[in-house]
Design a protein around this ligand. Structure first.
Ligand SMILES: Cc1cc2nc3c(=O)[nH]c(=O)nc-3n(C[C@H](O)[C@H](O)[C@H](O)COP(=O)(O)OP(=O)(O)OC[C@H]3O[C@@H](n4cnc5c(N)ncnc54)[C@H](O)[C@@H]3O)c2cc1C
Length: 361
């Protein structure tokens, strides 16, 4: 998802691009995610992360429209506003506190989020009676959702339409520097380029080390469920429940540290389903048609890592755990860095050196 967005942006800017992709055997968060474009919980204690996320969602409508024009793919983006539903008084008071602290951090405005009490929440979702323990929700007009599979398809189609290449079944084994250019070696080919962007999800750490960058990432499993299609009930994007344009209700998602394991489990699926039904009892009447798990790509502080290598100029890395939310920033801003050689402001403070405490001391 990250590589496709950057590749798309580069190709649209006129660069000669080839996206090498390991293929379907790889772990791919891009094909198993929830599809939220989500800001309300991004960047408390990390103003640059909030700004980057906000910038990206503000550019999302244009990205969606541009993709539709250039590829014919409608990625079903809607900025519906986003809700995080609270069960019980403790969750509600924690959420109010979270919003208040975020507003203090973003004192100049920009953090557009408020707590809605149960009665108002019920008015926002008139067709689904709330469960008895629902106390309210945070509501942010900044948030929305899209179809992440269509997004991936559109980005790859966009690369081709801009005369770039997408080359699947190319698992990168080595990145060598030869003079001022790079040779990227796969099992059956050698690819040459003056610049290389490593954006390989959970494969990033290994490949980034080859260009002198230490980029710690780990996997976190998220299990999800899709129900049969139903009449439109949930208009808003929600953390944990969202209804797709086609009518399926998606129920998400666990957060499990189980390494490189993308199995589903009864316990995991039960926990997310119970919460969804506690929020909206009508979900109990829907038939479940599919369940899956995918692995998030997490850095130690949960924020993205973007860098150009000091030892290997022209080699870049990009990784994050919100590739849908940040797709617009990746497609529209990141390419400037690669093409002009200077990090655009929103990306400037996400280098991996922030984890190297001992080195910094
Ligand atoms: C359960 C779940 C829910 C999520 N929900 C959301 C959400 O609502 N909103 C949001 O913004 N984000 C969400 N995400 C996160 C989002 O899916 C990821 O941020 C995004 O997919 C990361 O993109 P990526 O390209 O870094 O990694 P991936 O999508 O995992 O892709 C990695 C790619 O690297 C390739 N690769 C790996 N190694 C090599 C190699 N050696 N050679 C060549 N290619 C290689 C693979 O083939 C693959 O295509 C969710 C993730 C999960 C798991």
């Amino acid at each position: 998802m990250v590589g496709a967005a950057i590749g798309y942006g580069l190709a649209r800017a006129g660069a000669k691009v080839n996206v090498l992709d390991q293929g379907d055997s790889a772990f791919r968060a891009a094909r198993g995610n929830f599809g939220l474009t989500w800001v309300q919980s991004k960047g408390l204690g990390a103003h640059p992360y909030f700004l980057l996320s906000r910038n990206s969602v503000d550019a999302w409508a244009e990205l969606a429209e541009e993709l539709r024009e250039h590829t014919g793919v409608d990625v079903a983006y809607k900025r519906t506003g986003g809700l995080t539903v609270c069960l019980g008084e403790k969750e509600a008071s924690d959420r109010r506190d979270f919003i208040a602290r975020f507003r203090v951090q973003e004192a100049e405005g920009g953090y557009d989020c408020r707590f809605v009490e149960r009665d108002e929440l019920q008015q926002l979702i008139p067709r689904a009676a709330l469960g008895p323990t629902v106390t309210g929700a945070s509501f942010s007009p900044m948030d929305g959702h899209a179809n992440p599979l269509f997004l991936l398809r559109a980005l790859l189609a966009g690369i081709r339409r801009a005369e770039g290449r997408y080359t699947p079944l190319q698992s990168v084994e080595r990145i060598d520097r030869s003079g001022s250019a790079y040779t990227v070696v796969t099992a059956d080919a050698r690819w040459h380029a003056p610049k290389v962007v490593v954006a390989a999800g959970l494969g990033t750490q290994r490949l980034a080390a080859m260009v002198g960058l230490d980029v710690p990432v780990r996997a976190q499993r998220g299990q999800q469920i899709a129900t049969e299609r139903a009449k439109p009930v949930f208009h808003h994007a929600m953390s944990g429940v969202r209804q797709t344009q086609e009518g399926s209700v998606l129920i998400g998602y666990t957060q499990e540290d189980v390494g490189l394991n993308n199995d589903t489990t009864v316990a995991g699926l039960r926990s997310i389903t119970r919460r969804a039904i506690a929020s909206f009892p009508l979900i109990a009447r829907l038939r479940l048609v599919r369940a899956w798990a995918a692995l998030r790509v997490l850095t130690p502080d949960g924020r993205p890592i973007y860098a150009e290598s000091a030892t290997h100029p022209g080699a870049y890395v990009a990784t994050c755990h919100s590739g849908v939310t940040l797709a617009a920033a990746h497609a529209r801003l990141f390419p400037d860095w690669v093409l002009a050689g200077r990090a655009p402001e929103p990306f400037a403070s996400f280098g991996p050196e922030r984890f190297h405490v001992q080195a910094a001391n």
